[in-house]
Write a protein that binds this ligand. Structure first.
Ligand code: ZN
Length: 306
């Protein structure tokens, strides 16, 4: 299956590997750092009550994302709604979950899709304490808005679905539902880029998982220059690492159906799944660099097809 996957990716991107030596494609990636930070701060504020699936806080987050997608001119993926509702039970509790999905039509390959995803749910309130989930995952979610902003001046060649998934913390429920009920033709989804915890790293390390299955993806990642502000590291992919993240977040739902993926995230920190995962512990410069880096990777892949 690995060889098959690799071939698929190679065919789709239709490129030679030596094209990645230089940074020929990219100008400076442009989007507003202050907007990025503002969204992350808002979504991880107490008003959202930790965004636990099915709660008022989650509903508030859902509305926030819909408003933002609308404001940024994204098309709903279904005819008249950005929302994909789904229902499930977990430990005897019934939940209504809602993925929020926005679409940007590709210029040259509108029938090919890249799904850029981030979960918006978190742990909610436990024992009276709010789990704000700033890094996990207001950081990844807010980056979707930066992507939308970037696409205004840099429309993608391939169609892009910006996917804010619900119920990741309850077992990747939203992304599972999406791949089982994809709305768009599943076979046309060429890649998933998943963002989960990209807002801080004392070592300035952003990990990327998913390149082990694809030499093409690996070469693109390796071609990103180290600016010194952020170190993009390949790892946690089941190679030499004990700590394999292949199934750790929503990209796993795509991986299980053999869709190539790139997952971006940082190593767990002291505030991981703690009430102290708050906006004040986000590192703005690292976070901004992380989003720029992911956009660069996307842009290289998107423009390498022709
Ligand atoms: Zn997460």
């Amino acid at each position: 299956m690995k060889t098959y996957l690799h071939l698929l990716v190679l065919l789709w991107f239709g490129i030679t590997l030596n094209g990645y030596g230089q940074d020929q494609v990219l100008q400076e990636v442009q989007f507003s750092k202050s907007e990025l930070l503002k969204h992350c701060q808002s979504l991880s504020s107490d008003g959202f009550q930790g965004r636990h699936t099915g709660t008022k806080g989650a509903l508030k987050a859902r509305k926030y994302i819909i408003n933002q997608f609308h404001r940024q001119g994204l098309a709903p993926i279904k005819k008249d709604t950005y929302t994909q509702l789904f229902y499930f039970s977990e430990r005897g509790v019934h939940y209504e979950g809602a993925n929020v999905l926005g679409l940007i039509k590709g210029k040259t390959h509108p029938d090919h899709y890249v799904v850029i995803s981030a979960h918006y749910d978190h742990l909610g309130v436990k024992d009276g304490q709010i789990y704000n989930g700033a890094d996990d995952n207001a950081s990844g979610l807010s980056a979707l808005f930066s992507f939308a902003e970037y696409f205004k001046n840099n429309p993608p060649n391939n169609s892009v679905v910006l996917a804010a998934f619900d119920a990741e913390e309850l077992g990747l429920r939203g992304s599972k539902y999406f791949v089982m009920n994809p709305i768009i033709t599943f076979a046309k989804i060429k890649l998933n880029i998943n963002l989960d915890m990209i807002g801080r790293s004392d070592k300035r390390e952003l990990y990327v998982v998913g390149t082990r299955e694809s030499e093409v993806l690996r070469q693109v990642v390796l071609s990103i220059k180290d600016t010194g502000k952020l170190h993009l590291k390949i790892g946690h992919d089941g190679g030499n690492w004990k700590d394999d993240w292949t199934l750790s977040s929503d990209h796993a739902s795509f991986y299980k159906f053999h869709v190539p993926f790139l997952y971006f995230g940082v190593e767990d920190h002291a505030d991981y799944h703690e009430p102290s995962d708050i906006y004040e512990n986000i590192q703005p410069d690292f976070y901004y660099e992380a989003v720029k880096t992911v956009i660069k990777v996307f842009s290289k892949l998107d423009s390498s097809q022709f």
